[in-house]
Design a protein around this ligand. Sequence first.
Ligand code: THU
Length: 137
Amino acid sequence: MDIKDACKIAINQLEHCHNPYSKFSVGASLHATDGKVFGGCNIENASYGGTVCAERVAIFKAASEGYREFDYIVIATETKKPAPPCAFCLQVITEFCSGDFQIHLANRGGIVKSYRLDELLPHPFDPSWLDADKEKA
Ligand code: THU
């Protein structure tokens, strides 16, 4: 699947958001390196902390099906200026993706701005920290 179709999926995901509390809609499509695409939308909860962002829904769907390698995500919002992923989502993306992973921000008109993961999260707590020298400074 190419990026235009992935963008359409992210925009289409806006129809499935469960967002009765914030009314803010986010759709995502996560592209695996083998071409498979996973959609996601934000799913809110009456216990607000139970809310899961669109990006994490897409990543967890993909990971639960055994996918671990991704090259980009498209994130769609209804806003003129498209919104970046929150820090929780950047952290979850970091679990599976390297700094050159592409984050494309879109609205209903298409992709408006693109970033690398390491631009949005330049100093990640990635899995390598768990193997780092554990000696105290
Ligand atoms: N939201 C996302 O889906 N992705 C983000 O990266 C930021 C925020 C959702 C969560 C909540 O349903 C709504 O947007 C307002 O915070």
